[in-house]
Design a protein around this ligand. Structure first.
Ligand SMILES: [Zn+2]
Length: 148
């Protein structure tokens, strides 16, 4: 066959002209339609199914002396630092040496209220305490967003 652009003689099975580089095809034979590769959809990374927050005891101000009281509150914080819940403030003294269980007994009402408030919003308390003298972990399922 001959290139229909430049006339170069080419082997019959040529796809491209060896002289001019254009795409050639057999006369009278429809070149197979180029199969357009479906653009590969980037695999959407699986969205995290749960999000986390922690309920922790924070000190709002420090006492003048070792024997003074600090004002504290419980607050729930997302992983990114966003505070999503704050309890009432309360005064404590000699508090820092209490273990988590003592804290939660002493301030059971506040802790319960926090846990309940979080539960209403879908947060489920994970078992156990973590790391510090008072810290509870929560997680909740991330709702599918159907608003697109
Ligand atoms: Zn050619």
């Amino acid at each position: 066959m001959f290139c229909r652009y430049c006339g170069q003689e080419l082997p019959d099975d040529s796809v491209f002209c060896s002289k001019c580089g254009k795409k050639v095809q057999h006369e009278g034979v429809e070149a197979p339609a180029e199969v357009k590769a479906e653009p590969a959809k980037p695999a959407t990374p699986p969205e995290p199914k749960v999000e986390h927050c922690r309920l922790e005891l924070v000190e709002i101000d420090s006492p003048w002396s070792l024997f003074g009281s600090t004002r504290n509150r419980f607050q729930a914080v997302l992983d990114d630092g966003t505070v999503i819940y704050e309890s009432d403030k309360f005064k404590v003294s000699g508090f820092s040496y209490d273990g988590p269980e003592e804290v939660s007994k002493k301030y059971r009402d506040l802790v319960e209220k926090a846990v309940l408030t979080l539960a209403v919003n879908g947060w489920k308390k994970k078992p156990g305490f973590r790391r510090r003298w008072f810290e509870l972990d929560f997680e909740r399922k991330i709702k599918d967003r159907d608003d697109d």
